[in-house]
Ligand binder design. Structure first.
Ligand code: NDP
Length: 449
């Protein structure tokens, strides 16, 4: 990791000491502090009011027991989390993740990142994140429903339209949001649409929310290409994951004239030189909830399924990691560079290790960090909140236009800020600084709270 300047180093040391063992949280804090040297030098008020130290401490951290009964009649116990990180700009906003790897350090890294991402969108939303170590894989519909109901039976008292508005993330899609919203409605006796986003269209959801994160990443890359007088036309793209973000990133790349030649899940990856067949992929992953290997088993499909190795060894012009944190390391980054990749944009949260990011810089690969590139999901959640508040429902075209406009704004804000602080073309510095300044100014205005 890069060496921080003295004031920032002390803040980082305090984070390490107060949050032992939370390595993903440490990594996320270090990555932001690494960009903020020129900002604290220029604006001593931030240091005087301990804005950064306050920002590194979540406003509230809730950990709770989630007991539920499986199909065999056995009692199962999971752990639930909600970390309400920062509400200087609006109600806490951020997804829920259901995955066996979830623990406090992952929820805190995600909540911390979310605060800057939400700020970058320019919308009035604070940052939070939550989830559980529950693994939905292999669970029946009934078990998933009972787990969601048990989870919401505690969570409901902490959330609300003006307090904290969760959404989906890994393992939490439309089905889970439905069960969570149903239980919230049952307990509170209120049809409070604005309490969750990612809802179904028939009961308060927004068009484009399902597609938003994947589409948004591709809109962001399209802006990078446009700034260089280029386009997606004829580009080969590799995307990791085959969940919500990956599927809709693939859809938008194909619409813009690129070819996605590989995608993956935690069991391996498929390479289809003719381009991923999106309808088949949706059938395998969304309807059948099967493993990615089944794609290659279909009659008449030319794809190859590879169980070992890394999807980043597949040659491409543009790489979009859309699965999970730290999935693309230094070695993968070297393979991408050797194969001629020119742009990497994070659809997932923190999928590239610090070493990978250093390789991108050394090898001249343009790198767009998740807090900017994947902000389309939360931005469209904010559009869903707007529609709920005004009891309105916008068309697909209008919502997609708003999303594209927001992503253009995030892109331009990153570039302008990077320029202003002496790092032209550096999207990491631009995203961290622009995201920070808006939250920091709001915190100064609101006093020491
Ligand atoms: P999904 O659960 O829909 O999909 C996750 C995908 O990633 C699956 O294909 C999964 O494969 C794969 N995956 C998970 N863990 C690993 C692993 N260790 N190695 C390889 N593949 C893995 O989640 P989303 O698409 O919603 O989220 C993906 C990423 O995008 C996350 O980092 C999330 O935080 C981020 N994100 C999501 C947003 C959203 O709106 N959904 C918004 C902004 C960011 P398998 O099924 O085998 O586990």
């Amino acid at each position: 990791m890069a060496i921080l300047d003295e004031k920032l180093h002390d803040i980082y040391a305090e984070v390490l000491q107060r949050n032992p063992g939370e390595t993903e949280f440490h990594q996320a804090v270090h990555e932001v502090l690494d960009s903020l040297g020129p900002v604290v030098a220029k604006h001593p008020a931030y240091t005087d009011a301990a804005v950064l130290r306050r920002l590194c401490e979540p406003e509230r951290q809730i950990i709770f027991r989630v007991p539920w009964v499986d199909d065999m009649g056995r009692v199962q116990i999971n752990r639930g989390f909600r970390v309400e990180f920062n509400s200087a700009l609006g109600p806490y906003k951020g997804g829920l993740r259901f995955h066996p790897s979830v623990y406090l350090g992952i929820v805190k890294f995600l909540g911390f990142e979310q605060t800057f991402k939400n700020s970058l969108t320019g919308m009035p939303i604070g940052g939070g994140k939550g989830g559980s170590d529950f693994d939905p894989k292999g669970r029946s519909e009934g078990e998933v429903m009972r787990f969601c109901q048990a989870f919401m039976t505690e969570l409901y008292r902490h959330i609300g339209e003006y307090t904290d508005v969760p959404a989906g993330d890994i393992g939490v899609g439309g089905r889970e949001i439905g069960y969570l919203f149903g239980q919230y409605k049952r307990i509170t006796n209120r049809f409070e649409s604005g309490v969750l986003t990612g809802k179904g269209l028939a009961w308060g959801g927004s068009r484009v929310r399902t597609e938003a994160t994947g589409y948004g990443v591709v809109f962001f890359v399209n802006e990078i290409l446009r700034a260089r007088g280029d386009s997606f036309e004829g580009k080969q793209v590799v995307i990791s994951g085959s969940g919500n973000v990956a599927i809709y990133a693939i859809e938008k790349v194909e619409q813009l004239g690129g070819t996605v030649v590989a995608c993956s899940d935690s069991g391996g990856y498929i390479v289809d030189e003719k381009g991923i067949d999106l309808e088949l992929l949706k059938d395998v992953k969304e309807r059948r909830r099967a493993r990615i290997g089944s794609y290659a088993d279909e009659p008449g499909v030319s794809a190859e399924f590879i169980e070992t190795g890394s999807v980043w060894e597949v040659p491409c012009d543009i790489a979009l990691p859309c699965a999970t944190q730290n999935e693309l390391n230094g070695r993968d980054a070297v393979a991408l560079a050797d194969n001629g990749a020119t742009i990497v944009a994070e659809g997932a949260n923190m999928p590239c290790t610090p070493e990978a990011v250093r390789v991108f810089a050394e090898r001249g690969i343009v790198f767009a960090p998740g807090k900017a590139a994947n902000a389309g999901g939360v931005a469209t959640s904010a559009l869903e909140m707007q529609q709920n508040a005004s009891r309105d429902s916008w068309s697909f075209e209008h919502t997609e236009d708003r999303l594209a406009e927001i992503m253009r704004g995030v892109h331009d804000r990153c570039l302008e800020t990077a320029d202003e602080y002496g790092s032209p073309g550096d999207y990491v510095a631009g995203a961290n600084i622009a995201g920070f300044i808006q939250v920091a100014d709001a915190m100064l205005a609101l006093g020491v709270i």
